[in-house]
Design a protein. Structure first.
Length: 443
């Protein structure tokens, strides 16, 4: 999340409006979406940071992909956990399909390891194991997710890889992008997209996934085992060779032997990896929580229980926060900008107003009638940050980050506020007249 790649041959104008969002920083471009850091704005004037993924037109025009995205967003909306990136919104704005989700200020695991390599500092084992523990907690929550009737949805992530593990500056890790995830029922009901790249990266596939077989939660356990193998070894587990590609290696499902490095409780850690990477699902941990229990017991034995607070402090002191400070500056420029923020230009063969897809996707912008409690808490915090619904307190130096002068001016300019003040004055005057009348009547 630290890179800022170009999003196309033409320059991208930022900040700009996109539906109810203000996009102000380009943070990536994947195979199916352009990714922006954005600020969501509510009707009450509250704001909060989020990530907006604009789906590329080539995918948005694919009816099957649009169905898959709609189903995935409904599924992801049910996931509310500290180790899962929250999905807030799915819809269409300015001719583009999009999905909006929680912004995690930090790195993906790939970026974190690159930063460690760049600064020539190893990631301490206790923190590496903490990351894996957080991943397992997030996966367990998703695997146990139920529908309204209490029936397991059968969620399988299918792409548990370093790019989908986000590590925040506070030392917590979250699994993101359940966009390739399917519930088993959905897989049975409709054909799956033929492009295997959409269902996971070969280097992190379980043997049964690479073979195109039915999957359950143990496939994600295998992927988590690969992550743990690589954290312990300090390199990729699968390496393509001449005549042998990653898909072939994944189908075989034979994990190389872990090198011995004299780590604390190394034998126990290697045993956990071996069980997670068993070729047969029946020989693996039966669930992410089962693997987590054994990992935590081993961490306790080796005194490797690093807290999130300690991890967050290490991240800030070792890797710094320059990139994130630049993003905060970019957001403040949105507040300081004079004049209207330009609207997003519709370009390319995207969906136009006359080409609205049928079904529930067309009924966006807010697809989900029941936001999760986590989303509501985040929204409430966003409102309180802007002074809506929160008690006023005397301004001082400590309040500068909570409510800037620009924010106060914007708050003062909200439509209808003058009418409200006038009505309050009239009401107070009427009340005073009544009280005076009562006083004289009693005399």
């Amino acid at each position: 999340m630290t890179a800022r790649p170009k999003l196309g041959p033409e320059p991208t104008i930022l900040p700009r409006r996109f539906g109810r969002y203000v996009l102000f920083d380009a943070i990536g471009k994947g195979g199916m979406a352009e990714i922006y850091l954005a600020r969501a704005e509510s009707e009450l004037g509250g704001t909060r940071l989020c990530v907006v993924k604009q789906i590329l037109p080539a995918f948005a025009e694919n009816e099957e992909f649009s169905e898959l995205l709609t189903f995935e967003a409904k599924l992801a909306a049910r996931l509310s956990h500290g180790n899962v990136v929250q999905v807030f919104d799915l819809g269409r704005a300015d001719g583009r399909l999009f999905i909006a989700m929680e912004y995690v200020e930090g790195w993906d695991l790939n970026g974190l390891l690159r930063e460690c390599t760049k600064k020539q500092v190893p990631l301490p084992l206790e923190f590496a194991l903490r990351i894996i523990g957080d991943v397992l907690r997030g996966l367990e929550h998703a695997h146990k997710c139920k529908d309204d009737d209490g029936k397991l949805l059968g969620v399988v992530h299918r792409d548990v890889s370093p790019s989908n593990v986000l590590v925040s500056l506070s030392g917590e890790s979250k699994v993101c992008d359940f966009g390739i995830a399917h519930a088993n029922a959905k897989v049975d009901e409709s054909a799956v997209l033929s492009d295997d790249a959409l269902r996971g990266k070969a280097g992190y596939m379980s043997p049964e996934q690479a073979r195109g077989e039915d999957l359950d939660a143990r496939s994600d356990v295998f992927a988590a085992g690969i992550l743990l193998w690589e954290m312990l070894a300090g390199r990729r587990m699968y390496k393509a060779a001449e005549g042998v590609d990653l898909f072939t290696l994944a189908r075989r499902g034979v994990a190389p032997e872990l090198p011995k490095k004299g780590l604390p409780v190394e034998e126990e850690l290697h045993a956990i990896v071996a069980k997670a990477l068993a070729e047969s699902p029946n020989d693996r941990f039966e669930s992410a929580s089962a693997m987590l229990r054994e990992l935590e017991a081993t961490m306790a034995k080796g005194k490797l229980l690093g807290s999130s607070l300690k991890f967050g402090t290490w991240l800030e002191e070792t890797l710094g926060t320059k990139t994130f400070e630049e993003r905060r500056i970019a957001e403040r420029r949105v507040d300081a900008a004079s004049g209207p923020i330009p609207e997003a230009a519709v370009s390319g063969p995207g969906i136009s107003a006359g080409d609205e897809p049928e079904g529930e996707l067309a009924s966006s912008p807010l697809l989900f009638p029941r936001p999760s409690m986590g989303a509501m808490r985040a929204f409430k915090a966003g409102l309180e940050k802007d002074g809506v619904g929160a008690p006023k307190k005397a301004a001082g130096p400590s309040d500068a980050s909570e409510l800037s002068r620009d924010d106060e001016a914007a708050f003062a300019r909200r439509p209808g506020e003058k009418n409200v003040v006038a009505r309050l004055i009239l009401l107070a005057a009427a009340l005073a007249i009544v009280l005076v009348g009562i006083y004289f009547l009693r005399r």
